[in-house]
Design a protein around this ligand. Sequence first.
Ligand SMILES: Cc1cc2nc3c(=O)[nH]c(=O)nc-3n(C[C@H](O)[C@H](O)[C@H](O)COP(=O)(O)O)c2cc1C
Length: 172
Amino acid sequence: MSSEDVEYKAFLRRRRSIRRYTQEQITNAELSDLMEIASLAASAMNEQAWYFAVIQNEEIIQAMGELSGLDNPYYGAPTLIAAFARQDAIASVIDTTLAVSNMMNTAVADGLGTCFIYCTKDLFNDPRHAELRSTCGVPDGYECIGSIVVGHPAEEVEEPQDRNQDIYSIIR
Ligand SMILES: Cc1cc2nc3c(=O)[nH]c(=O)nc-3n(C[C@H](O)[C@H](O)[C@H](O)COP(=O)(O)O)c2cc1C
């Protein structure tokens, strides 16, 4: 096993949902890194049927939180990445989920924290919030599947103790 291999698994083991962030914004280089690795994800027939709206405007994130009706759903993170799947593609929800997963794991390698935030889906897919879609430059024909927040962690999260390992059968 190569040392790169060992390191990669260590990143995957370290990824946890982070729900407290510092105010420090992620750099453009870090953002490019997330997007580049996202673009390498597997996709059905290589359709790459995803689109991302990267929201770094504090007022917009705040307004979205209020629209959701939830208490602080974005945890004060400086970056919110909403993920969209192209509706006429073969398996775009899966494509987009894999791309988001790549982003989440890359964030760990870059020393950043993330958390998947589901409620964003309801905001972007609600025709009453069409203005939000246009403000964020979302192309027609894409549905939101959720979002992630990204930033510098302001909390340490312990290793998971609650993972079910009884998740497979082997057929030989
Ligand atoms: C599809 C999906 C939706 C999620 N939605 C939310 C959410 O809206 N808010 C939140 O705080 N965490 C959300 N999470 C994070 C999960 O709660 C978290 O991944 C799970 O408890 C396991 O913890 P870990 O990520 O720290 O390993 C979501 C995760 C997934 C995969």
